[in-house]
Write a protein that binds this ligand. Structure first.
Ligand SMILES: N[C@@H](CCC(=O)N[C@@H](CS)C(=O)NCC(=O)O)C(=O)O
Length: 203
């Protein structure tokens, strides 16, 4: 098995943090993002979209989506479930995880329009577009703020794949780009600060 990743990428970090929390050691290949290795011909033979992460299994199958990779690991290593121990718990975790995925997509569009780090995506970031997009980011953050309540983690008192989905987008905003992200939501802010202290959250 080999995991192709960018250590700093929001979606790859979902898998990286999951593996650390799960205690799984999987061989990694760090793609050279600055040199656009993810768009190279050889990488596109394993991931046509030229995006990361990709897990190439022992059977030589490419799994080309971070959520699908995490669920694949959960299926082959079911002990210490990170999705939930019964159908209702899993439904709750998956609802929050999918909301987290929506958040990542909206936040990425916001990053492209708020930083100059993605010239290939947005050559001329605009503060007007950025403000509009943050409104759509905020809509999801508000739902998450209500969902977390007094829980330590997004779906309850243990970490789940919902945390591993939402945490990286906060981390990308706050640490990689030094942007305020979700500061207006005190419960989410406290959740972030707590999760950041976990060894899995270190780059
Ligand atoms: N749905 C995919 C999205 C993967 C994705 O967009 N990855 C980003 C890094 S966070 C990427 O590879 N971007 C490079 C590009 O689009 O050129 C997943 O969750 O794995």
């Amino acid at each position: 098995m080999l995991l192709y990743q960018f250590r700093m990428g929001t979606n790859p970090r979902r898998v990286i943090i999951y593996l650390s929390e799960k205690g799984l050691e999987i061989p990694r290949y760090e793609l050279d993002y600055a040199r656009m290795e993810h768009r190279s011909e050889w990488y596109r033979t394993i991931n046509r979209a030229g995006r990361a992460p990709t897990l190439v299994t022992d059977e030589g199958v490419s799994i080309t989506d971070s959520a699908a990779i995490v669920e694949y690991f959960e299926e082959i290593y079911p002990e210490r479930s990170m999705i939930g121990s019964d159908p209702l718990k899993r439904a709750k975790v998956r609802s929050l995880e999918r909301l987290g995925t929506d958040l990542v997509v909206r936040a990425q569009l916001w990053f492209w329009n708020t930083t100059t780090a993605f010239p290939a995506k947005e050559a001329e970031p605009s503060s007007e577009t950025s403000t509009k997009l943050y409104h759509y980011v905020g809509e999801i953050l508000e739902v998450l703020e209500n969902a977390i309540g007094s829980n330590q983690f997004l779906a309850g008192d243990t970490p789940t794949i919902a945390d591993f989905t939402v945490f990286p987008v906060f981390q990308t905003a706050r640490e990689r780009f030094n942007l305020s992200f979700g500061d207006e939501f005190p419960l989410l802010d406290a959740w972030y600060q707590n999760f950041r202290r976990r060894p899995s959250a270190d780059y």
